[in-house]
Design a protein around this ligand. Structure first.
Ligand SMILES: CC(=O)SCCNC(=O)CCNC(=O)[C@H](O)C(C)(C)COP(=O)(O)OP(=O)(O)OC[C@H]1O[C@@H](n2cnc3c(N)ncnc32)[C@H](O)[C@@H]1OP(=O)(O)O
Length: 405
């Protein structure tokens, strides 16, 4: 029996739904002062909530932005930025009902993709989301680390005041552009929380900008955390890199060079970096930049399969026909021919059969068709078709999101 109702929230329900989400994610309830600083990041638009009478018991929020796909095209995407159910209402289908409403709404608005960062990787596959871009945690032994002598140097790094950071970083992010598949736009609703980080009362974050011959072309945001304790006085200070975006390898190297030069720091930790960022190769000694972890980062949902498939580019190989199974959006189910000239629906027999969440794993180029077939996620009629799918979907650069939402 359904004893709750799902609908879009009203303006008056913004604060209570935000509080509900904060509690479900074990964040502190925001104070009135916090809310006045970053409440705008939670507009009523596109927010579904489940209600017991008029009391919200679950929320599923998204905002609309853009995402780059392989080949450089940019598509509309629903960025699902917060889902939570009140603890006394879990496992009664509240989340499922909100996700169904949200997905139907995203499809009705004609957005080809949806994307999210998952709190737990087991939650979203059932709604057609697949792990589409991984991220690594880099760990640098700061006192020992030296850049290799051939790493490019150039330009200038300057530190911004918090007010300058708030003013300059949004435009700089836009100028750097969505140059990797998986990178996402940052609309106005995304910025208030970031601005709070850059210039809010905690005062922990430092922003630096790199300028090259054509002006500003990269930035990094970091915070330092003192890990010394009376028992371990030598643990030192850790520098946590929150953001590092660069338009080219010279700007990237200069920003890392700057971070390595921050004194009294025993280690640098950067989470959710591109898996192919060549940090170890940038070091004189590879082992001074280790990959501490690789984890799922961006989850993607192909909402309009043919539009999404046709928007990306493919490498050179004879086309393959995919049979796509989509239990939540049955309009997507069917056969698609995918090749260097694009994608289209077809009646031809399928070479490969897969569910739409697995298609998302292929889509940005993170996983190979062969690997997904080996673990049973793709059924292949013949191995030659698998090899062709590997070739078609492979990308030279690993996908990367780089925006937390
Ligand atoms: C994009 C983001 O915002 S990520 C953050 C997601 N939010 C959180 O993690 C906050 C804490 N967790 C919660 O609020 C809730 O537990 C939710 C949102 C994860 C799930 O809400 P529920 O209302 O309990 O989910 P619902 O009852 O619809 O369950 C749907 C299915 O998912 C399964 N499921 C739900 N939560 C989990 C979980 N944490 N792990 C594994 N399976 C889960 C259920 O067992 C059910 O499976 P079934 O259809 O086979 O029976």
């Amino acid at each position: 029996m359904t004893d709750f109702a799902v609908r879009l929230i009203t303006e008056a329900e913004r604060r209570s739904t935000f509080d509900l989400l904060s509690r479900s994610l074990h964040s502190n309830r925001v104070s009135d002062e916090d809310w006045s600083r970053y409440g705008e990041s939670w507009p009523a638009e596109h927010k579904f909530a489940a209600f017991d009478g008029d009391v919200p018991i679950g929320v599923a929020s998204s905002y609309e932005t853009e995402i780059a796909v392989p080949g450089g095209r940019v598509l509309g995407v629903a960025a699902v930025d917060g889902v939570g159910v009140r603890a006394d209402w879990t496992r009664r289908g509240v989340f499922s009902a909100m996700m169904a409403a949200q997905l139907a709404d995203v499809a009705a608005r004609g957005l080809p993709l949806a994307a999210l960062h998952a709190s737990e990787p087991t939650i979203y596959g059932r709604f057609g989301y697949g792990s589409a871009a991984l991220g690594k945690t880099a760990w640098i032994d700061r006192p020992a680390a030296r850049l290799h002598e051939r790493v490019p140097a150039g330009g200038r790094v300057r530190m911004l005041t918090p007010d300058e950071a708030v003013k300059e970083i949004p435009g700089l992010y836009q100028r750097i552009g969505l140059h990797r598949a998986g990178m996402m736009g940052r609309p106005e609703v995304w910025w208030p929380i970031m601005h709070d980080r850059l210039a809010g009362p905690d005062g922990h974050h430092v922003t630096v900008v790199h300028s090259g011959p054509d002006g500003d072309d990269g930035f990094a945001v970091y915070a330092t955390v003192d890990r010394r304790t009376p028992e371990s006085p030598d643990k030192g200070v850790m520098l946590k890199v929150r953001e590092l975006h660069a338009a080219d390898p010279v700007a990237r190297a200069a920003l890392w060079r700057f971070l390595l030069s921050v004194d009294l720091v025993s280690g640098i930790r950067a989470r959710f970096r591109p898996v192919d960022e060549p940090l170890a190769a940038m070091m004189a000694d590879h082992r001074h930049a280790l990959t501490a972890d690789v984890e799922d980062d961006l989850w993607v949902r192909l909402v309009d399969v043919v539009a999404a498939l046709d928007a990306r580019t493919y490498r050179s190989a004879a086309p393959v026909v995919l049979a796509v199974v989509d239990r939540k959006l049955p309009a997507n189910a069917g056969h698609y021919e995918v090749g260097p000239s694009g994608a289209r629906r077809t009646e031809a027999a399928a070479h490969l059969t897969l569910e739409v969440d697995t298609l998302a794993m292929l889509y940005l180029g993170e996983w190979s068709a062969t690997a997904l077939a080996e673990v049973g996620r793709i059924t292949a009629r013949d191995s030659a078709a698998l090899a062709r799918a590997d070739e078609l979907f492979t990308t030279v650069t690993a996908p990367w999101c780089g925006t937390y939402f």
